[in-house]
Design a protein around this ligand. Structure first.
Ligand code: DGP
Length: 117
């Protein structure tokens, strides 16, 4: 998809630090890490958000979670990790190409959002 930064990363048109790649999925390090390990796992095919997952395209989502389990072992996250998906405006999604943040290497907080002011 034209003008989609993650489509360009998937196509190799924008460089990234890849940690995993196969025919349908790519994982690479986040530009602005929020944890000692912070990778993004994306489908190579353009899906705009989690709100656009359908019976026709959901197979890649299951595969992404298989990749995450494999990456956890390879990246030393045996102690645990968090997978985050931001969807839409309220979810603070900034890149309109489905992606899962995989964060680890430290103890996380909960709840993950700031308390109401
Ligand atoms: P989200 O807010 O959930 O849409 O997260 C988008 C993430 O993508 C954010 O953590 C920063 C990251 N990001 C944006 N542009 C690039 C890029 O060009 N390269 C890499 N590696 N990460 C990017």
């Amino acid at each position: 998809m034209a003008d989609c930064v993650f489509c360009k990363i998937a196509a190799g048109e924008i460089p990234s630090t890849k940690v995993y790649e196969d025919e349908t999925v790519l994982a690479f390090r986040d530009l602005d890490p929020q944890a000692p390990t912070h990778v993004l796992i994306i489908p190579k095919a353009h899906i705009a958000s989690a709100g656009e997952i359908t019976p026709e395209n959901s197979g890649v989502v299951a595969h992404i979670f298989e990749v995450a389990a494999q990456l956890a072992k390879e990246l030393g996250l045996e102690n645990g990790f968090r997978i985050v998906n931001n969807c839409g405006q309220d979810g603070m999604q900034s890149v309109q190409h489905l992606h899962f943040h995989m964060l680890g290497g430290k103890k996380m907080g909960w709840p993950p959002f700031p308390p109401e002011a």
